[in-house]
Design a binder for this molecule. Structure first.
Ligand SMILES: [Zn+2]
Ligand SMILES: [Zn+2]
Length: 315
């Protein structure tokens, strides 16, 4: 499924099987989970995608030559030599390349990937169970780490990433307060099933002040809402790649050492740490599967908020 131009539907086209170059592997794709970032790319909210592009960066499949089960995440390549790469921050590499954005991704039957950036999939996960871990899980985990030792964490937006990270947080003895669209009872019940301690609408004040908040929804005003609800010294972590403008707000909301920060991309080390957790504790996901040729429907359903959990495309 190929994007020719931003803001146009993907087109089902026949392309030849990609040929791996040195250091790359050919992967037979078994599942590719849909991320909100895919929507931002298709909707033209992220600049300069490769065009035409095969989107998708939560790929679970099998290496054609060895039969090994692997996952391909968003971070597809770095130069390993810039200031960021040499200081343990390859997620910020000046020359990074990204799967399903500047490299063809997983809305397809096959892809090629740099072997150094693939992750062995944990046992005990079917391909469609493993695929959502590759971005929603991984980048959500990086965002969770940025809340430090916060005990009570607000999640604003409870979709693919939040459903997984709520379980990781609960396993670490933290409490997750889930904020959904006001009145979205389905999403609130879903959050409680996925081990949230409390769920309500985003305009509700939580029953107790939050130590930290993670903003999963691409809605800038939620940053201000979250700031109002966190304790002194608390952090608001923005987990998405794109967000509507953050409205201006009185300085007193930031005062007392509150902070706002973003999470960008991931490192291979994040992957190692996160998959170690996923091996120990099975991370459950609610999923809606779509056949490859129905990728536009999957994107439309995500845009409209028509399902809870994660959409997964299966060739
Ligand atoms: Zn670099
Ligand atoms: Zn993603």
């Amino acid at each position: 499924m190929t994007l020719r131009r931003a803001r146009e539907p993907l087109q089902l086209v026949d392309v030849s099987k990609p040929q791996p170059k040195k250091g790359e592997v050919l992967i037979r794709i078994e599942a590719c989970a849909v991320c909100r970032t895919d929507l931002h790319i298709v909707d033209g909210e992220l600049a300069k995608p490769k065009l035409p592009l095969i989107p998708g960066h939560q790929i679970a499949g099998v290496i054609d030559s060895s039969g090994e089960r692997v996952g391909v995440p968003w971070l597809g390549w770095t130069d390993e030599s810039c200031h960021y790469c040499t200081t343990g921050r390859e997620n910020l590499c000046d020359n990074a390349r990204f799967t399903g954005y500047t490299i063809d991704g997983g809305y397809a039957e096959y892809c090629v990937a740099d072997a150094r950036y693939c992750h062995p999939l944990p046992d005990g996960y079917a391909f469609d169970e493993a695929a959502p871990l590759l971005c929603g899980g991984l980048i959500g985990f990086r965002a969770l780490r940025m809340t430090g030792d916060a005990r009570r964490i607000g999640f604003y937006g409870f979709g693919s990433s939040a459903q997984m990270i709520a379980q990781v947080a609960a396993a670490e003895g933290r409490e997750v307060y889930a904020f959904t669209r006001d009145g979205d009872k389905d999403a609130q019940e879903f959050a409680m099933r996925m081990r949230a301690s409390w769920a309500g609408g985003s305009s509700n004040a939580p029953p107790d002040k939050l130590d930290a908040a993670i903003i999963f929804a691409p809605v800038g005003s939620l940053v201000v809402t979250a700031l109002r609800n966190i304790v002194k010294g608390g952090v608001v972590v923005c987990a998405g790649i794109h967000m509507s403008d953050i409205p201006s707000f009185p300085y007193e909301l930031l005062w007392e050492e509150r902070s706002i920060r973003s999470v960008a991309n991931l490192t291979r080390r994040d992957g190692e740490e996160f998959f170690a957790i996923a091996r120990k504790t099975k991370i459950a996901t609610q999923r809606t599967n779509f056949a490859l040729e129905r990728a536009n429907e999957a994107l439309g359903a995500l845009r409209a908020g028509e399902f809870v959990g994660t959409a997964v495309i299966t060739p």
